[in-house]
Design a protein around this ligand. Structure first.
Ligand code: TYM
Length: 334
C-alpha cells in the first residue's frame, strides 16, 4: 500500500449470510476489474454483521469462507489487500470521532435502517450507527472510489458528507470518496419476490443464488423464479421478474437486453430460464472448484489475513493519528 500516484479503492461485504450472485454482480465483479489500476482494500466487515443476531461459530466459519470466495472469484492477494475489519481496531476508533459530527437526523433518514427496523426485532444502537462505521471504513484508507451496488448509495453519500464536514471543521484530512455503481446489475432482485432486492440474509434460500449453490439447486431456483403470465421474452421494467432475469443474463454474458430479446424470439420462458441457469452454473463452476481447494487451508488463509491486517493498519494508523492531532488530542508517545 501507499504507492505514490495510485488511487485507492475500498469496499466490503457483511458476512451476514451466504455470498450471492447479487453481491457478485453489484460489487465483487467490479472489485476484480479495478485491481490493476487501483490500490484496493477489500474488507470482510465482521463488526457490521453483529448488528444482526449471529451464531458465533457460524460467523467465524463464514468469515473464512468469504476470504476463500473473494480469492476464488479473482481477488488477487498480490494486488489487493483482503482484510477482516475487526483486525484493524482503527475502524472503531475513527467511528467514535465521526459519531461526534454525525447528526441523528441524518441517521434517521437512512432507508436501510428504516427497512431493517421493520424486519428485525433487535433494533440495536449498532444498526442505527452502522453507516458511521461504514464511513470510517472508507475514510480511514483515504479511498477515492467505492464499488458498491445501488442499495449502498445513501450510505456513501453520508460518508462524503462526513468527510466534507470534518475537512471544513478542522482542515483537509479526508479524501472525498466517489461511488462506483454499475449501470446494469446494481440492483438484482429476489427470484421469488422481484419487488424486493436479492439479499444474502433472506430467510428463504429460493430467493437467492449463492455462489456455492450446487448446479441442480441453481437450476431448480431459476426454473421456479417468479415471472408473469405473458409469453414473449421482453425487457420491460413493468415485468419485474423477467426484467431481473434478463439483467442477470446480461451481467453474466455481456449481452445487451436487445440482443437477449432477439435470441429468444418465439421461445418460451422455460427455454430462457434453463439457458440462464446453465450460464450461471458454468460461471460458478471454476469459482467453486477453486474455493474447494483453498477453503480448508486455514493456515494459508490466516497468513493472508495477517499480512492484510498489517499493511492495512499502517495506512489506518496514519489517518487516525492525523485525525487525533486535528481534533486536539495529545500525541501518544511510542
Ligand atoms: P452488503 O453486505 O449488504 O452487500 C455487499 C455488496 O453487495 C451489493 N449488493 C447488491 N448489488 C446488487 N443487487 C443486490 N440485490 C445487492 N445486494 C447487495 C451491495 O451494494 C454491496 O456493495 N454496508 C455494506 C458493507 C460495507 C461497505 C463498507 C461497503 C461496510 N463498509 C465500506 C463499501 C464500503 C453492506 O452491508 O453491504
Amino acid at each position: 500500500m501507499d504507492t505514490p500516484g495510485k488511487k485507492r479503492v475500498l469496499s466490503g461485504i457483511q458476512p451476514s449470510g451466504e455470498l450471492c450472485i447479487s453481491n457478485y454482480i453489484g460489487a465483487l465483479k467490479n472489485w476484480i476489474s479495478l485491481q490493476d489500476e487501483y490500490e484496493c482494500v477489500y474488507l470482510i466487515v465482521d463488526l457490521h454483521s453483529l448488528t444482526v443476531d449471529q451464531v458465533p461459530a457460524e460467523l467465524r466459519q463464514r468469515c473464512y469462507s468469504y476470504v476463500a470466495q473473494y480469492l476464488a472469484c479473482g481477488i488477487d492477494p498480490e494486488k489487493s489487500l483482503i482484510v477482516v475489519q475487526s483486525h484493524v481496531p482503527e475502524h472503531t476508533e475513527l467511528t467514535w470521532v465521526l459519531n461526534t459530527i454525525t447528526y441523528m437526523g441524518e441517521l434517521n433518514r437512512m432507508t436501510q435502517f428504516k427497512d431493517k427496523s421493520k424486519k428485525q426485532k433487535n433494533i440495536n444502537l449498532g444498526l442505527y450507527t452502522y453507516p458511521v462505521l461504514m464511513a470510517s471504513d472508507i475514510l480511514l484508507y483515504q479511498a477515492d472510489l467505492v464499488p458498491v451496488g445501488a442499495d449502498q448509495k445513501q450510505h456513501l453519500e453520508l460518508s462524503r458528507d462526513l468527510a466534507i464536514r470534518f475537512n471544513g471543521k478542522y482542515s483537509p484530512t479526508f479524501t472525498i470518496p466517489e461511488p462506483f455503481i454499475p449501470k446494469q446489475g446494481a440492483r438484482i432482485m429476489s427470484l421469488q419476490d422481484p419487488e424486493s432486492k436479492m439479499s444474502k440474509s433472506d430467510k428463504n434460500p429460493n430467493n437467492y443464488i449463492s455462489l456455492l449453490d450446487a448446479p441442480n439447486v441453481i437450476m431448480k431456483k431459476f426454473k421456479r423464479a417468479v415471472t408473469d403470465s405473458e409469453t414473449e421474452i421482453k425487457y420491460d421494467e413493468n415485468r419485474k421478474g423477467l426484467h431481473n432475469l434478463i439483467n442477470i443474463y446480461s451481467a453474466y454474458t455481456g449481452k445487451t437486453s436487445d440482443q437477449i430479446e432477439d435470441m429468444y424470439v418465439g421461445k418460451m420462458y422455460s427455454d430462457f430460464k434453463v439457458d440462464l441457469a446453465d450460464i450461471v452454473i458454468d460461471a460458478l463452476k471454476p469459482i467453486q472448484e477453486e474455493y474447494n481447494k483453498i477453503y480448508n487451508d486455514k493456515g494459508y488463509l490466516d497468513q493472508l489475513l495477517k499480512e492484510g491486517a498489517e499493511k492495512a493498519r499502517y495506512q489506518a494508523r496514519k489517518t487516525l493519528d492525523k485525525v487525533y492531532r486535528k481534533v486536539g488530542f495529545i500525541k501518544r508517545a511510542r
